[in-house]
Ligand binder design. Structure first.
Ligand code: LP5
Ligand code: MN
Length: 245
């Protein structure tokens, strides 16, 4: 009998039509690896971008959605948190995959300890331009107005923003695009010093030890799936980063 007492965490896969090998790697990961876990937590940016749930009918997302549903139906609990690329993902996606959408951040209790999870972009408070953009596009009225436009119009607008974002990132320093230490400390205090914080977004996989107000916290940063996939495994002994073979 297989011991399933562990959960897996992934983020920043950026699945899209132009990188079918990553979609294939993800589907293999679901069938061979995630299927053995108790739960899979997707901490945002699963997709390169998400223009609205109506894109499900026309896009490459169909195969992914079907595999996520199969995973969940087979007994692996599935959780999704929005990233900055797929924050428009909504209830139709949740119904199609049977996943639970979690708010950012969320405090979990796993294997005897509190675990705080986040996509991570909110912690990048030195990136002032991005935070202003984020506040604007996460506004409920703004999202409704955007989603009321035809799918083609939304996609072409997002592609322009993607271009602009890539241009601006070239002008920003690595420090500005990383998490801000005070923002990290502030969220740890707010959530009563969880011993583990897991997030993605920065694409800088690492383990950071934080000593704060006489508490120790491990900050685990998830990697992206550009060169090869990876995930974080959490069980009662703690977190272990794993690369896909
Ligand atoms: O995603 P990543 O990691 O490459 O970069 C992020 C920040 N960029 C973004 C933008 C997204 O990549 C774009 C796709 C979002 C799809 C969402 C759907 C609906 C949105 C519709 C919007 C109208 O999140 C980047 C950060 C980086 O992380 C590191 O943290 O630096 O932030 C930016 O680059 C944002 C810019 O600094 C400010 C935004 C300028 C946009 C201005 C609009 C101009 C419109 C031109 C078109 C006519
Ligand atoms: Mn991101």
């Amino acid at each position: 009998m297989q011991n399933k007492a562990y959960s897996l965490f992934i983020s920043d896969l950026h699945l899209c039509d132009s990188r079918p090998n990553i979609t294939q790697a993800f589907i293999s990961f679901l069938k061979e690896t995630a299927v053995k876990a108790e739960a899979l937590y997707i901490l945002g940016d699963l997709f390169e971008y998400w223009a609205g749930d109506d894109a499900i009918k026309v896009g490459h997302q169909q195969a992914v959605i079907s595999e996520l549903k199969t995973l969940n139906s087979g007994g692996v609990a599935l959780f999704f948190m929005h990233g900055n690329r797929d924050f428009l993902l909504g209830d139709s996606f949740a119904q199609a995959t049977l996943c639970t959408i979690l708010s950012d951040p969320s405090l979990l209790h796993l294997y005897g300890r509190p675990v705080l999870i986040s996509h991570g972009d909110k912690l990048c408070t030195d990136d002032i331009d991005y935070q202003q953009f984020r506040t604007q596009v996460r506004n409920t009225a703004w999202k409704s107005q955007f989603l009321s436009q035809p799918l083609d119009t939304r996609i072409s607008y997002i592609e322009k923003i993607r271009l602009k974002s890539e241009q601006e990132k070239m002008l920003k320093s690595m420090r500005i695009m990383d998490v801000n230490q005070q923002a990290v400390e502030s969220i740890l205090r707010e959530y009563a010093y969880p011993p583990i914080l897991i997030h993605g977004h920065t694409h800088r996989p690492n383990k950071h030890m934080i000593s704060l107000d006489n508490h120790i916290c491990e900050r685990w940063v998830l990697g992206d799936w550009y060169d090869h996939g990876g995930y974080l495994k959490l069980d009662e002994s703690g977190c272990q980063p794993q690369n896909l073979s």
